[in-house]
Design a protein around this ligand. Structure first.
Ligand code: GUN
Length: 293
């Protein structure tokens, strides 16, 4: 059976370090990191994620602000709010929870965030820095950055000679993940819904990252023995065995089958999920540091 990668424990480590550094920053520079989280509408999953982000920010000793806006908020209003936060010296990180309602152009909203407060790493400036390997000054998207820390625990920092397959090509996970793996010297393939012979391709992976949003799509026989499997998926599926109307969380990987062959694997929940929030805190702290110098 595979080693189970405990994302919850690694995230707790990161959060403890951020909390201590945040308290040092307050003592030495009188700066308290400030994170503003904006949510538009009432998507239940987004509400859970945003509440966790705001709560963890408080636990880190940050100034944590949440703007909860109705679903019919206009794009102009949202961009005006971002402008105000861009100029607010007590705010170092601005996060607009995605997805946004259909009448709002998410791309336009993201580009309105000042790149130096873009702790999600979605602004073109940060995307460009990651793409060109300027990792020292880029804000890197939190889920792939957190996934890399978990990979590092198993494989070390240098992935030279290893084949990495990323299944999924989203701007939030798949593409930045591929760039981070490349920067760590892995040989990277990005697969997606139009890819042929996906099982065969996955069987060539030493590191397999699943970020497709389809419950248990990656099967055990797609996993080469010894592979490091990182499951980014969080899918809620019906669980009639738990009683009527009950559900449970599963990843994009068929966990038990894959764990039988993998060298190491992240569970869902308790794998990548907690890392996303931890890296958001780390990015916000970095932003506060840079602003204090
Ligand atoms: N929705 C799903 N994941 C994310 C994320 O990492 N950041 C934001 N802003 N929205 C998301």
């Amino acid at each position: 059976m595979a080693e189970v990668i405990d994302g919850k424990a690694v995230a707790a480590d990161v959060i403890a370090k951020v909390t201590s550094a945040s308290s040092d920053l307050a003592a030495s520079k009188s700066v308290t990191p400030g994170l503003a989280v904006i949510i538009v509408g009432e998507d239940p999953a987004s509400q859970v994620y945003v509440a966790a982000k705001s709560r963890t920010a408080k636990e880190c000793g940050f100034n944590s602000l949440q703007h909860t806006l109705p679903a019919d908020t206009s794009e102009a209003y949202l961009i005006d709010l971002i402008e105000v936060l861009n100029h607010d010296r007590t705010i170092h990180g601005i996060l607009v929870q995605l997805p946004l309602p259909d009448h709002i152009d998410a791309g336009k909203v993201i580009q309105a965030i000042a790149p130096e407060k873009d702790v999600d790493g979605f602004h073109f400036v940060n995307v460009g820095k990651l793409g060109t390997g300027e990792l020292e000054t880029a804000f890197v998207p939190c889920t792939p950055a957190g996934s890399m820390l978990l990979i590092e625990r198993v494989r070390g920092k240098d992935l030279s000679g290893l084949n990495a397959v990323v299944v999924g090509r989203s701007n939030i996970v798949g593409k930045p993940m591929a760039n981070l793996l490349l920067a760590a010297n892995a040989t990277v393939t990005v697969a997606h819904s139009r890819t042929k012979n996906l099982p065969e391709l996955c069987r060539g992976a030493d590191i397999l990252v699943a970020a497709v949003g389809r419950p248990e799509m990656i099967r055990g026989e797609w996993v080469k023995p010894g592979t490091t499997v990182i499951d980014v998926g969080i899918n809620r599926i019906a669980a009639p065995e738990r009683g009527n109307g009950k559900n449970r969380l599963v990843g994009d990987v068929a966990y038990l089958e894959a764990a039988d062959r993998a060298g190491a694997i992240t569970p869902v929940p308790g794998g990548v999920g907690p890392m996303t929030i931890a890296l958001l805190m780390a990015n916000t702290l970095t932003s506060a540091y840079l602003a204090s110098n």
